[in-house]
Ligand binder design. Structure first.
Ligand SMILES: Cc1cc2nc3c(=O)[nH]c(=O)nc-3n(C[C@H](O)[C@H](O)[C@H](O)COP(=O)(O)O)c2cc1C
Length: 208
């Protein structure tokens, strides 16, 4: 998080009448998706969330979990070969973020094995890595927008002591409205802005 301190001084006839200091907090937001698929709807959503966070004054970055391939977690593998470098790199990225926006597809009423495996490896680096404000999103071609999957993801994070923000973004019929990296539904777009603003606000509130 970058904190910029502004000072303003009102001087009248050589006397300081009023001195004001205010801190402007620039939160760092990391976004990623629980899908590595090339044309993933959720990767599009996570990218858009990063853009929206940047537009709201945050330092935001999207990462593709496809660039951080990891084997399925296995305790014997960890003992034999240690924690993979990609898990260590991901843990550092998460640690450097004040808050996360995670967009996960729904697979059979839950979130994806890619996301679970990533979380499991990262917590082997730092078991409290995800304990920071997190906003959840989901995009599916169906009419529920992945809400059931988000319920499961939320429950898991809450069991881990993660402050997941109450507002979340579940986008139904996503193949029709997520195209060319844009969200072509104005109500959904406003809702996403609101979720991102709340996430940023939660970081700013913690810094105050
Ligand atoms: C194994 C599997 C299970 C799925 N289960 C659900 C489901 O329970 N609910 C749903 O809305 N979509 C389900 N889908 C469809 C996904 O929402 C859809 O494939 C989506 O595009 C995946 O996200 P992505 O585009 O980010 O890769 C499932 C897809 C797969 C491959």
């Amino acid at each position: 998080m970058t904190i910029i301190v502004y000072s303003s001084i009102l001087v009248v006839q050589g006397t300081i009448i009023r001195e004001r200091t205010r801190a402007h907090v620039k939160p760092t937001i990391l976004t990623f998706a629980g899908s590595a698929r090339r044309d993933s709807l959720n990767k599009q959503l996570a990218r858009i969330a990063a853009d929206r966070a940047t537009a709201r004054g945050a330092e935001a970055a999207f990462i593709d979990l496809g660039d951080y391939k990891l084997p399925i977690y296995d305790g014997d593998l960890e003992q034999a070969r240690g924690i993979p470098a990609n898990a260590v790199d991901l843990a550092e990225l998460v640690d450097n973020a004040d808050a996360l926006f995670i967009a996960s597809p729904e697979y059979n009423g839950a979130f994806t094995p890619l996301l679970k495996n990533t979380i499991d490896w990262v917590t082997r680096v730092d078991h409290r890595a995800f304990v920071r404000p997190i906003a959840l999103g989901s995009a599916t071609p169906g009419r529920m927008g992945g809400r059931n999957g988000l319920d499961v993801l939320r429950a898991m994070f809450e069991n881990m002591g993660v402050p997941v923000i109450a507002e979340q973004f579940a986008l139904p019929h996503a193949t029709a409205v997520l195209k060319d990296g844009m969200l072509w539904d104005s109500a959904a777009s406003r809702h996403l802005d609101s979720v991102v603003s709340t996430l940023i606000g939660s970081v700013v509130a913690m810094a105050a």
